[in-house]
Design a protein around this ligand. Sequence first.
Ligand code: GLA
Length: 380
Amino acid sequence: MIQQTPPMGWNTWNTFGPEINEQLVKETADYIVSSGLAAAGYKYIIIDDGWSEPERDENDHLVPDRKKFPSGMKALADYIHSKGLKFGMYSCCGTMTCAGYPGSYDHEYLDAETFASWGVDYLKYDFCYHTGTLAGKYFYRRIGMALANCGRDILLAACSWGMEETQEWIKTTGAHTWRSTHDIQNSWASIKSITKQQVKMLPYNGHGCFNDMDMLIVGMGGNSFIDGSFGTNGCTLHDHKTHFSIWALFGSPLIIGCDIRKMPEEAKAILTNKEVIAINQDPALNQPYRVDLDRCPEDMLVYARLLEGGDFAVGVFNMSDADYRFVFGLDEIGITTNCGKKAVAKELWSGEEQPLRCDSFDLTVEPHGARLFRCKLVTK
Ligand code: GLA
């Protein structure tokens, strides 16, 4: 298997859109290593849409934009690999990519070979401009088959935004990740709506094909291509902490979308919280589940997840604009009153141990707030 746990990395799209070039990508690769982000697990450097010339060459090959990438993709891949990182690129199942560059429709095998020859390790594969006559699953089966036969291990990151019930067929295609939601924007409303969309998709996540909740907006501040909010504030770091906690607990790929060269220290601290990342990367890959389904209002979320070795994670998220007091027991997590054990919980942002009264949680969480606990069972 190419990737056992949700992939982690950086992608050009959220901040730069098609305004990309090899200097930006190399500087980001340098910084991802020197900043400690690579050591924290972020290893895929992914070039999104807008990297190619507007036309294929006379042999039908895709051609990197000569001004943006004058040294070509092989040289860039070599540079990225020399840093111990992996190289990701982007194409689309239609005749054009979403931004209007040549797509891979009817060129799947040729393009897979081209990507392999450049040293690509990851291919994000979008869903724009495909013909209406074929169902989506066939496009992804084509590229899945082409990549599996291209002579190189290339992770397939499907990006059909959950359309056509993607969850029902995506695991037939060999994809390693699939976009289970619409595009993220640089706002709290977007974090909230993607979280809601994702909840129904959680049973489909894990074990080699991960639900992709889209790229992270942590650290983007007002530098956003995705919603054109340049010069505005985007979300607060407080919102970002909740966003990162949910993406981590829900087992989404963690693909950074900000300009890491300029991100604030607080954003870096969020992105490199080792204990939060460990929950995302937990090797047991168990499904998170809702704990408080019947009791809590819609905007109040409590999710748990059984981890390797018997620990478990509990995430408490207040998605509303007012304080909320969460009170819940551990019976729904499978801990019975006569089991002879009690849970010890550490909150992973503050580092504090949560005092548990009678094995229950009782905590008030501020608006847009998150608490993420790693819990251990100890003998009473
Ligand atoms: C789609 C995808 C985005 C991004 C753009 C590029 O909207 O969902 O993540 O790749 O295309 O044009």
